[in-house]
Write a protein that binds this ligand. Sequence first.
Ligand code: FMN
Length: 225
Amino acid sequence: MPMSVTEAMNSRTSCRAFLPTPVSLATVREILDIARQAPSGGNLQPWHVYVLAGAPLQELRARIRAKLPQQPRGEGSEYDIYPREMPELYKKRVFKCGEDMYATIKVAREDRPARLAQFARNYEFFGAPVGMFFALDRRMGPPQWSDLGMLIHSIMLLARERGLHTCAQESWSVWYRSVGEFLGFPPELMLFCGMALGIRDEAAPINTLRTERATLDDIASFRGF
Ligand SMILES: Cc1cc2nc3c(=O)[nH]c(=O)nc-3n(C[C@H](O)[C@H](O)[C@H](O)COP(=O)(O)O)c2cc1C
């Protein structure tokens, strides 16, 4: 019996430590081949996915690792990861998620070097054997960004169905020049985020993080039932 969508939703969490066990090209192709059924406004399908494994993945990781000491914040970003003016409610959620994550690895708020070291794990794809990049034509607007989100979540759920885990990674957006150059992006293509894919390291404390959600009645309103 394949995993139900409900089970896939409930068992998906962002995985931040992977086993080095490879994931086959056939599996990744199958996931993407099904995920391309994701809907998009006007059936625009405004996405492009680049998938790396093996030597090219190691090479990109090594390039970023070499640049990080001089450029800990990367190359700047082509888009604001969070709004510049963020209402308190949302700031609190981001803060809490960060605090809870660092608590799993017992890193204190003041311990900046340890926090940076954990953050830098993003650029190793957290040890995953597969790293993906999601890009779209920079002439696209918010509706198409939302389309891309549907593709990304579909991939996450299909990965769960195959016993795999993922972590979406906006952190890669600050290396958009290096990534675009490495992957040979055409000039119109813009990097949205990366995604690590692989088998979860069940022994890694960071993977014990379970984030909270607002309640259903905080996020939904019902009329006329
Ligand atoms: C588009 C997107 C980008 C994200 N970027 C990062 C990232 O760069 N690094 C990271 O550790 N987590 C990243 N996350 C994971 C979120 O922090 C995570 O989804 C959120 O805290 C909820 O936790 P959960 O995924 O474990 O349910 C990203 C998630 C999304 C959807």
